[in-house]
Design a protein around this ligand. Structure first.
Ligand SMILES: Nc1nc2c(ncn2[C@@H]2O[C@H](COP(=O)(O)OP(=O)(O)OP(=O)(O)O)[C@@H](O)[C@H]2O)c(=O)[nH]1
Ligand SMILES: [Mg+2]
Length: 290
């Protein structure tokens, strides 16, 4: 149902920050649902994803973004360009900082964000691993660089201060009718979501270089007798990557498939049948983007 009432608030919130800061974990915690994949490896999120939270009187339209690098090398330039572009069109910017690992790059990011016109909220994330005094000094340090920003120490994992963060964000959203239907949680297709969840398992269960050089394509998605059937391919660049994904007697692929299936069943609240193939990319091959 599309709402037309006034006295409601609705707006776009860009979630930005360095890779691995916890942006996607925070978005999922806000929604109470995994819409965006997460992992301990940097550059897990590769494309912008909308996550929509609709309360009675407020619709938060979050845009999860790939991690930004302040000093961008070539392969990250495109990602930074995309992140910079969204900063022009949102109502609020939520900068997620990994408070356990602040570096000079965060100071540089603060300098960049200083010139923003829209409200800036700084989430000092991973506070579950820090003392009050450390959080206090970090707030003071960044507060000097960003005098207009609002700082909220929080933890996406323990959910600490997430309600407070939402209240602070809500104050800055414009009064207007909801933009999206209140039962929509993401803008992405089922095929995209399934491919992302499989990619998450690759990120989580395999070594460092492999997930970045492989890609996932969902070849088929349909519902038969109330069961969702998904056929997917993991495209790899080298034959030597195959055993890494498949594992001894297919064990690792089995573990990854099961983990992916359980996530998909939880998200859709339906039974899922999932079949994954691992195939070698041919030179010049570009998989279809779901
Ligand atoms: N201890 C702790 N760990 C967290 C918290 N939030 C996120 N993490 C962990 O940080 C890692 C990165 O989380 P992501 O949500 O994937 O980070 P991201 O900022 O989306 O990363 P990219 O998509 O790569 O830019 C994961 O291992 C999370 O479990 C938190 O509040 N506390
Ligand atoms: Mg992410």
């Amino acid at each position: 149902m599309i709402h037309t009432d006034i006295n409601k608030r609705c707006g776009y919130i860009a979630i930005i920050g360095r890779p691995n800061a916890g942006k996607s974990t925070l978005l999922n915690a806000f929604l109470g649902l995994k819409v965006s994949i997460t992992s301990a490896k940097p550059q897990t999120t590769q494309q912008q994803i909308l996550g929509i939270k609709s309360d009675d009187d407020c619709q938060f339209v979050f845009i999860d973004t790939p991690g930004m690098h302040v000093n961008a090398k070539f392969h990250n330039r495109q990602m930074n360009k995309a992140a910079n572009a969204i900063l022009k069109d949102v109502d609020v910017v939520l900068w997620v900082v990994d408070a356990t690992q602040t570096t000079l790059a965060d100071q540089e990011m603060a300098q960049k964000l200083k010139s923003l016109d829209m409200p800036l909220i700084v989430a000092l994330n991973k506070s579950d691993r820090l003392s009050h005094s450390t959080l206090f000094s970090l707030t003071e340090e960044l507060g000097v660089l960003l005098p207009k920003a609002e700082f909220v120490p929080c933890s996406a994992i323990t959910q600490k201060n997430l309600e407070l963060l939402l209240t602070v964000i809500k104050r800055h959203l414009p009064e207007q009718a909801f933009i999206y239907s209140d039962d929509l949680v993401t803008d992405r297709s089922e095929k995209f979501y399934a491919a992302e969840i499989i990619r998450e398992k690759l990120m989580r269960y395999t070594g460092s270089e492999l997930p970045y050089s492989s890609s996932v394509e969902v070849d088929q998605y349909d519902i038969k007798n109330g069961i969702i059937h998904i056929y997917a391919t993991v495209w790899i660049e080298k034959e030597s990557h195959k055993p890494i994904i498949i594992g001894k007697n297919g064990e690792r692929l089995k573990i990854m498939s099961t983990a992916a299936r359980l996530d998909l069943e939880k998200f859709w609240d339906k039974k899922v049948f999932l079949k994954i193939w691992v195939k070698l990319k041919k030179p010049g091959f570009m998989p279809v983007v779901n």
